[in-house]
Design a protein around this ligand. Structure first.
Ligand code: DGJ
Length: 543
């Protein structure tokens, strides 16, 4: 009998040990792996639950993170088939009095995110929100001496927080650390997978702070970290060992000084939060024109615009990535921005982009650059009271894309990480485009298709993605496009054909066949895809 009781005790003990090892402490939610960003050969993946994860996101409007507004946000998330909601959290609400914290809104978000089986990216609206400080708590707004705004060139106050206030930086870091501490305790299952620190930081209305404090720093020596040859080279500046901002950076001195100051402040806040709970963190940029190299002062100054990425990387190493908010209309500019932010030292993530149909195609461009996520801005109705049908129509192009991508999100994330995805998007001239794939070239035209009739799209919204699974084996995804191939390299000049073109969906890691496309659906060069995004799997052979 004693032996039996002893055995039962041992078995019970072992079960507890096994459960704990699996991360399932009794009576507690499942403890997930810590989300993180990894890099290999200059490409990146966001790891969630131990595997590459693709953010199929949407961002709520600025004032929609309140409990009374959330039902419409979740309704939009559901309509879109998004797997991640980006939602602001507000310093003024979280710390209504100095040192008194209220995490009730965060707890509501965590609870509702889990109920909706959706991850969260929290946006810390704090010292900076679009270059201003309107989300600072009232007790800070009422004390402009302790928490000053910047001073313009002519001595005028500018509606943008000063990055040269130790008190402001410490207050932000303290509040942010409390938020991260709370998440660490309240979110063992990692509903929150990433945090944006501030929002579009920098200044509108002045290139930098001209206050006496700032001026003194500006006339002093450039910090040694910025004088490293690798940083100066990346900024296209002559290598020097010392000098003032003006001496080292010439006509860019004012902007670089502000970028350094803002990045240093935000890097400090991020590092403090990370020290308690190391979720991936990023800062987002209000962009400058990526092609014309415009004059500082014509765009928000000091944020992580493409020209100052090396400064931000140096000043704020606690940030995992710098991310572009894309609202440009021209495809040339959008594609250039995507190229500029996909760097070996920077994972590409688009936390904001227009939510209109014309922007959906860039989801493919982001994947082709190895991106970890895509998240149009302003998905909810913002209290406008629109009819449900209007909302569904507005979100429909994105919803179709996410409905297709959702079940194959893990595959897409892995292929993007492995550099297997190539893509083209329809440009304003609707011209044919090509993708080189070693022994093959994919040729893509855009339009709508009758039996043999091709009609140019009225707006440039077509897109095509090719995933190279083997030398001759491809996954083709797209809409409003037509694929054909040309043998290249070792195959050049050979006759060829499709071995098979299968249409279907990826589900639970497997391709599930809907039909084999043949005859009209593949003849005349290759498969055509209409307005509904479609996945095809094909192998090509030469004869
Ligand atoms: C960019 C900002 O980051 C968002 O918070 C929002 O203000 C949008 N602009 C509005 O278009």
């Amino acid at each position: 009998m004693k032996k039996i009781i002893l055995m039962l005790r041992i078995t019970a003990l072992c079960s507890v040990v096994v459960l704990k090892t699996c991360g399932i402490a009794l009576g507690q939610p499942r403890v997930g792996m810590m989300p993180k960003i990894i890099e290999k050969d200059g490409r990146h993946a966001l790891i969630v639950d131990d595997h590459p994860f693709l953010i199929l996101g949407g961002q709520a409007h600025n004032s929609s993170g309140w409990p009374g507004m959330l039902p419409q946000v979740w309704s939009a998330v559901k309509t879109m088939h998004a797997n991640t909601l980006e939602v602001p959290i507000y310093w003024e609400q979280i710390e209504p009095q100095p040192g008194k914290f209220d995490f009730s809104l965060i707890d509501t978000l965590l609870k509702q995110g889990r109920e909706n089986k959706v991850h969260l990216v929290l946006l810390w609206f704090a010292t900076w929100k679009n270059g201003s400080s309107h989300y600072m708590p009232e007790w800070m707004k009422r004390d402009p001496v302790k928490y000053p705004v910047i001073t313009g060139r002519n001595g005028e106050p500018v509606d943008s927080p000063s990055p040269h206030t130790q008190a402001g930086m410490e207050a932000d870091a303290k509040a942010f650390t409390s938020v991260m501490e709370h998440l660490k305790n309240a979110d063992p299952q990692h509903t929150v997978i990433m945090v944006q620190v501030e929002n579009e930081p920098g200044a509108w209305g002045s290139v930098r702070d001209y206050s006496p404090t700032a001026q003194k720093l500006f006339e002093g020596q450039v910090p040694a970290e910025l004088l490293k040859p690798s940083v100066l080279k990346a900024l296209n500046k002559p290598l020097v060992e010392k000098g003032t901002w003006q001496e080292v950076f010439g006509e860019d001195a004012d902007e670089y000084f502000h970028a350094w100051s803002v990045a240093h402040y935000i890097g400090y806040v991020a590092a403090a939060g990370k020290a308690v709970y190391p979720l991936p963190m990023y800062a987002n940029a209000a962009l400058r024109d990526p092609i014309t190299n415009p004059k500082a002062g014509t765009y928000e100054s000091g944020g992580p615009t493409d020209n100052v990425i090396p400064i931000w990387k140096t000043a704020a190493p606690a940030l995992d990535l710098l991310a572009p908010d894309i609202y440009m209309a021209e495809s040339e500019k959008v594609l250039k921005v995507i190229e500029l932010y996909a760097r070996p030292d920077n994972a590409l993530f688009v936390p904001e982009i227009g939510s209109g149909e014309e922007y959906v195609r860039y989801f493919y461009s982001v994947l082709a650059r190895g991106g970890i996520g895509f998240s149009p801005f302003g998905i909810d109705d913002n209290g406008q009271g629109s009819a449900e049908s209007e909302i569904v129509t507005r979100l429909s192009p994105l919803a179709q894309e996410y409905a297709l991508a959702g079940p194959m999100m893990r595959e897409l994330a892995k292929w993007a990480f492995e550099g297997k995805i190539k893509a083209v998007v329809e440009r304003e001239d609707h011209a044919e485009q090509t993708i080189n794939l070693g022994s093959w070239q994919a040729i893509i035209t855009f339009g709508t298709w009758g039996r043999r009739l091709e009609q140019t799209n009225t707006r440039p919204i077509g897109k095509a993605m090719v995933v190279q699974l083997g030398e001759n084996e491809f996954v083709l995804i797209g809409s409003l496009c037509h694929f054909t191939f040309k043998p290249l390299g070792a195959n050049a000049g050979k006759a060829w054909q499709y071995l098979k073109v299968e249409e279907g969906r990826y589900e639970n890691g497997h391709f599930k066949l809907l039909r084999i496309r043949n005859g009209d659906e593949t003849d005349w060069g290759g498969p055509r895809i209409g307005a509904v995004p479609t996945v095809l799997h094909t192998t090509l052979i030469t004869r």
